[in-house]
Design a protein around this ligand. Sequence first.
Ligand SMILES: Cc1ncc(COP(=O)(O)O)c(C=O)c1O
Length: 508
Amino acid sequence: MAQSIGCIVRFIENQTVQIAMSAPFLTAPHYRRIAEMLRLTLASGALRPGDRMISARKLAEREQVSLPTALEALRCLEAEGLIVARPRSGYFVSRIATQQEAPPSHALPGPVPVTLSAVARSLFSSAETRLVPLGAALPDPTWLPGTTLQRALHAAGRRLDAHGQSYSLPPGRADLRHNIAARAARWGARFAADDVIITAGATQALRLALHAVCQPGDVVAIEQPAYFGTLLLLEDLGLKALQIPTDPTEGLLLEPLADAVQRHRPAAVLASPTVQNPLGASMPVAKKQALVALAERAGIPLIEDDVYGDLVGEGQRPPACKAFDQSGNVIYCSSLSKTLAPGWRIGWIAAGRYHTKVLQARMAGEWAGAPLLEAATSEILASGDYERHLRRLKSRVAKGVKAVIARVEAGFPPGTRVAAPAAGFLLWVALPLGVNALEVHRRALALGIGVSPGPLFSPGAELQNYLRLNCANEPTPQLLSAVDRIGEICRELAGEGSRLTKKKLSIN
Ligand SMILES: Cc1ncc(COP(=O)(O)O)c(C=O)c1O
């Protein structure tokens, strides 16, 4: 252990313990300092396996930190297997670490290469089959406004005549760019039609953004867990992932981010501050402001992925980070894939000070758009049809999420944890340790059910005991019984896991 420079007295519930503190300890971010303190307290023998840990709320109060920071500290210990969460009861000690065993918590995990494509390929190869759609993050096709889309296409076809079949040149149709900027202005975005470039979905926008600000070998700070499309882009562009702990409710944790930025100087921060995929987390407005300021101060561009933003709020959606961007440092990427028409591939980028570079890359690469689809989308945005459709979609999504959560709570094995997302339609489910999500995926697929296994959401296909469920479906008996079947598979695997562990113990 590093040189001891002091001693402080700490309490865990009713226990009082003296702990030696080291110099680097005192300068570590709060969550790591608190995790270290808890770890040392456990090593001192103050608590025994099975004892209840202090609650996150009490820990936050005692350490005068936010609840997410306290939770993150507890999660560090959970990741090391020192404590376990029990549903609705809190954290309990599972194992006592010795002082020597305590990991060097002063080093954040550094940048890692992304090696996900092989796993992704094997999982995507099943996507052609017609599955119960609990896997891909897509709204039920019957929830999309089919008649509105058809009507707008016909009207655009008449208006454009033969030009409808031609190319749309970068930066894309002016009327569509105008309508996108006008909608964004309502939540405070500071960009005009001329700052918008239409892209083939948000995926192309993200690729252009990364291309504009990174060189192969660079490091990009991302959320942990992260959307697999982002991870695959990093892999394809030869970029390394710097994973930043992300709270399931409040999104990216700024303290670890600031620490990581200082240590590793990433070329960009890429995040979904409004409805993160897969967690469903949304950063509070003040934290979005702080994130924009942090990136600006560090001189690092912030790439904001906002594909789910329109699904938030009863009326007006909350502002994206782009609303607080005064210097053009935020590269804003979005699309209508999650709300209107995934296959139309209408996305956009408002790249701030990187506009010219992005436009140039758009012209040099996949440059052509589809005028018919751009014109029809523009009309749907301008007519108010999109807002009417969104209201309906949001209420259906809320019902879908509620129905799936109820079935997960009723039918998944003990030790499963799931939290209702504040918005969006993705459910991130933590399965008991030892339940392998890739095996859940394999068995579910054999039954014609799609799920997204946790390994898809980390650079090296980790997060083995997590699943993401898509809840944007009509909660029909068929759909809900598919959720039950996934629960059964997880229970089987949890049983197999514990039998194996017992067998191992008896051999020893
Ligand atoms: C967070 C996130 N960003 C981007 C995308 C891709 O969007 P698009 O279909 O517009 O390319 C997705 C799709 O799942 C997503 O979840």
